[in-house]
Design a protein around this ligand. Structure first.
Ligand SMILES: [Zn+2]
Length: 220
């Protein structure tokens, strides 16, 4: 699984393996990026904030072809070495902004994670160095993308929390990789709200650039 040993040299880009030119990229002095400037440019940064279902929501990248293939290599081809790539350039900002939060991830199914050998969103969340809540779970192999659009609301029956009393009156950061319909996110919010947290913020790695509806709530 880890055939690319040179990946673990700290100054090579985790995506293309070229050395990272620190002088070229001033940000690297504080953020210690795990990807090079060329790969970073292919990730089209949005860094947009909006509102969703009563929560602040923060989008990092556009869901373009580069992001899609990167995410597929990570989740679909089990390339766990890519985990640090996704938050790399935002780590300082994110750790500061969400420093009081416990991080919860929109879950993938246990069966998928067993095939992969890791829980993809949790591995990304770990790079924040914040407390991690891992009791938000997905039941069965329900895959949102495989469902006809009218049936996608079925996700609500497949997300649950087990335990979680320690989230009472705490601040939560809910993170997910891609936002499409928003149903998965809403299902996770509904479950987390049962635990009476003080507040929930949302961080989404990517979404399509042309969203119509972010200015109004409940519109996904
Ligand atoms: Zn690169």
């Amino acid at each position: 699984m880890y055939s690319n040993h040179h990946r673990f040299k700290s100054h090579d880009c985790l995506i293309c393996f070229k050395p990272i030119d620190h002088q070229f990229f001033l940000l690297s002095l504080i953020a210690n990026p795990s990807i090079c400037i060329d790969c970073f440019r292919k990730l089209n940064v949005l860094n947009e904030k909006s509102r969703f279902d009563g929560c602040d929501i923060h989008f990092l990248y556009e869901y373009n072809e580069f992001f899609r293939s990167l995410l597929f290599q990570y989740k679909g081809q089990y390339d766990i070495a890519l985990a640090p790539v996704f938050l790399s350039y935002f780590l300082i900002e994110l750790r500061h902004q969400y420093s009081n939060c416990i991080v919860a991830c929109c879950p993938s199914s246990k069966e998928q994670n067993e095939r992969r050998g890791f829980a993809p969103m949790e591995e990304i969340a770990k790079t924040l160095n914040l407390p991690l809540f891992t009791d938000l779970i997905k039941i069965g192999d329900y895959k949102q993308a495989d469902q006809p659009f009218r049936k996608r609301k079925g996700i609500y029956d497949h997300i649950a929390v087990v335990g979680g009393q320690d989230l009472y009156q705490k601040e939560i950061l809910l993170i997910d990789d891609v936002m499409t319909s928003g149903h998965t996110l809403k299902a996770c919010l509904d479950q987390l709200r049962k635990l009476s947290p003080k507040k929930i913020d949302i961080l989404i790695l990517s979404c399509r650039k042309h969203r119509k509806t972010l200015s109004s709530e409940n519109s996904f």
